[in-house]
Structure formats: C-alpha cells, structure tokens
Write a new protein. Structure first.
Length: 422
C-alpha cells in the first residue's frame, strides 16, 4: 500500500507531533507499505512565518528509516511574519460569520505558504491513503485533503486538538473554525489523542464510529538509562532540578516555571529550573528582560542530543510542563519511565493523562503560586514523589508503549479504507 503522511515538521526536529508522525511512518514502512512523508524545511516553528528563524539543514529529499521524506520549502516574502499573525487574528474574527468561510479557508492556506505541494504530489506514483495532521497550522492538511479527494483515496487526520480550558477559549476558537470543522468531519477516520479530545470532535460533528483514540507513545529504551551524576559533573551544579522539556514559550508555561523556581530560591530552596528544547523569540526576549535573580534560577540547555536528554531525565527531581497547548504530552511519558513525578496545567485533555494525586499534580494555568507550591511539595515529600512517578511508569507500560499505540493507529487506517470501499 502507498501512504502519504503530511506534517509541518519532521526529524531532525524532535517534538510531540514530529515523534508521533515518525513512529507511524516508520512502523508502516516496516510492514511493507511504501510511505512518503511530506513536510516543510522548517526546524524552528517560527520559520513557518519568519525567514530569519532556523530551517532544517538536510536534503530536500532523503530516505530515513525506510520512509521517503520530502521537505517542501516554505515561501517567505517581506512582511511574512506580520501577515501570518494578521491572518491568524483575522481568521478568528471572520470565522464568526459562516458567509466568510471560503475566505477564512483561503487565508489558512497561506499559513504557512507552501506552493510546492501540488507539483510534488503530481509526481508521486499513486496513493492508497493520505494522512494529515495538525489543526492550527493546517495549510498542509487542506492541501492533503484535496490531494486525497483528487485521487479517490481515503483521508485520515490527526488534529492534535488544543482544546484549551473551556469552549470559549482562544485555543478552542483557533481549532474549530468552519474550514477546520470541515477537515475533521469530512475525514474517513480521525485519530484523537485522548477521550476528552474525542468528545470535543464529536461536539463539532465527527461521527464516533470514525474516531479512534490512540494516544501517543514512547520507546522505553530510548528515554531511560541516563546517568544523573554524569550530567551533574558536566555542568558542575549540585542543586535540585525542576525539568521543563519542550518548546520554551508562554503558552507552554515556561515563564511560569522560571518564576516559580525563582520564588522557591528566594525562600531558601537550592533548586534550579532546567530548560531543554528550542526557544521562541518571545521567550528569549522575556528571559533577557528579567532581573538577575530570575535569570540565575535558570539553566537553559537549548536543543540537546538523545544521550544528554536521557541524562537530564535521570537528573531532574520533578518535570514541570504547565502548558495550555498540549493535545497529549509525550514528555510526561518520558519522565514517568524514569520514575519522576510530573506537574501539568489542568487544561484540556492533559487531565486525562496526568491524573491529579495519582500520576502527577495539576495546577491552574498561569498560577505561579500554585505551581511553586506543587514543586515544593514534590521536592520535600519523597514518598509522594516516588508514588506518583511509579504510578506513571505503570500507566505508560500498560497503555502507551509504541507497539500498543501503533496497533490503534492501524485500526484507524482500517476504518478509513473500509469506509472508502463502502
């Protein structure tokens, strides 16, 4: 079978949706399918709208893990960043009126602008299934649906829906515009990360029979076995660590982690915020503007290799990712397999994964005092920390190792293929 999978970024960038897509693509290739991934040449997310950001330094086309990877160039022009965000805000306002639906969809096709998609797909030899991802950056998903329909192939979508904290939230409005609803309701199968996301999809009109809840997965051997002492020796710091792993941005709660750790340090705690992952320019600017006592609370490692990440996971005492833009959160799984307790924001679908008092602690997004209190609790209550970390590890091994997750993805593909035949 020939499968085309579309996502806005792919390895060598390491992020939640990127890891998920790579696992699915390589799994299907290993079963004998011919798999092509169509992606962009963006490394940093901001490259999708700003040519000054970092792009991928890799061939435009290469074979990785048995998968044919094609990187399509993002087209920029003077004022791209301003236009991108202007179109985003304009979409929300115009999306309130159904009459502007076609206009909003056309605006979405320019966020980001990837004019090479049609030429590339025209050169592909046949397709039996098209799988797109990501609402919110859906220009590729819109093109993928059009491609699937032109080839009479089933269309599968994994929206990675950011539900937000309520149905009127900005996150919810950014994911449920008329053309976005049409993307998911017209799909032959829809893959949800959680049952909470499935309920949200049903609320916008997707038939339950077409939705498969897969979750995300993790490879235990790939995220465990790190050496905490090696890491501490390398950086020369003996304090306790609160890890925050992922893109550094306000919506991810990174500034809140920094503020919370700084507050604990003012109260006498010997603790540092250990940040791992790419920084959005807005976070870099924010951190530079903070007083020395806040900046001194941070060790920012940036993007690290796999061995360093394993060492970080071994060294941290707590993982704090109080984000309001997570559809799942693979990093929680990674921390749990290292028997570390986690703290998340009580927003959207995350509460289904991080169960308060069972596998982690939940705090209100943006509540720095509550976050600091949760961190303090886990740093001082070893019994609770161990219990939460161990329960999380058990949950991962029961439900979220890749073989189980990929079996559920296969089920979604079967639904899409069967539906097209009918």
């Amino acid at each position: 079978m020939k499968i085309v999978i579309v996502n806005h970024r792919y390895t060598p960038f390491v992020g939640g949706s990127e890891l998920w897509v790579q696992a699915v693509a390589e799994h299907r290739a290993s079963t004998g399918d011919r798999v092509t991934v169509l992606t962009t040449n963006a490394f940093e997310l901001e490259y999708l709208w700003d040519a000054r950001a970092r792009k991928v330094m890799a061939p435009q086309r290469e074979l990785l893990g048995g998968v044919d990877v094609v990187r399509l160039p993002v087209r920029h022009h003077p004022g791209s960043a301003t236009l991108f965000h202007g179109l985003r805000r304009g979409s929300i306002e115009l999306g309130r009126w159904r009459v502007f639906g076609p206009v909003v969809e056309r605006m979405a096709q320019l966020r980001p602008w990837i004019p090479g998609f049609a030429d590339t797909t025209n050169k592909l030899e046949g397709v039996d299934l098209v799988h797109a991802t990501n609402l919110g950056i859906e220009s590729l998903a819109l093109s993928a649906r059009a491609y699937a329909r032109s080839r009479r192939a089933p269309f599968v979508i994994t929206p990675f829906l950011h539900i937000g904290d309520h149905r009127q939230s900005v996150a919810w409005r950014h994911a449920t515009l008329p053309h976005q609803r049409a993307l998911v309701t017209s799909a032959d199968a829809v893959i949800a990360m959680t049952h909470i996301e499935r309920a949200a999809l049903e609320a916008v009109g997707v038939k339950r029979s077409r939705i498969v809840v897969t979750g995300a997965g993790v490879d235990e051997s790939g995220v465990t076995g790190g050496c905490a002492q090696r890491f501490r020796d390398a950086i020369g710091v003996s304090s306790r660590f609160v890890g925050c792993i992922g893109a550094k941005a306000a919506d991810k709660g990174t500034p809140d982690v920094v503020r919370a750790v700084a507050a604990l340090r003012r109260a006498g705690a010997d603790v540092r915020a250990l940040l791992v992952g790419p920084s959005l320019a807005s976070f870099t600017k924010w951190l530079a503007s903070q007083p020395a006592e806040v900046r001194d609370a941070v060790i920012d490692l940036g993007v690290v290799d796999d061995e360093t990440k394993r060492d970080v996971l071994a060294a941290i005492d707590v993982l704090a990712l109080p984000s309001r833009t997570e559809s799942f959160g693979i990093v929680y799984l990674e921390a749990w397999l290292n028997h570390k307790p986690v703290i998340a924001a009580d927003v959207g679908a995350v509460a289904e994964i991080v169960r308060h008092g069972e596998t982690g602690l939940l705090v209100e997004f943006g509540n720095v005092a509550a976050l600091a209190a949760a961190i303090q609790t886990l740093l001082t209550d070893d019994a609770l920390s161990n219990a939460l970390g161990n329960a999380g590890a058990e949950l991962v091994r029961e439900q979220f190792l890749w073989p189980a997750v990929l079996e559920r993805v296969d089920r979604a593909y079967d639904i899409a293929l069967a539906g097209l035949k009918q």
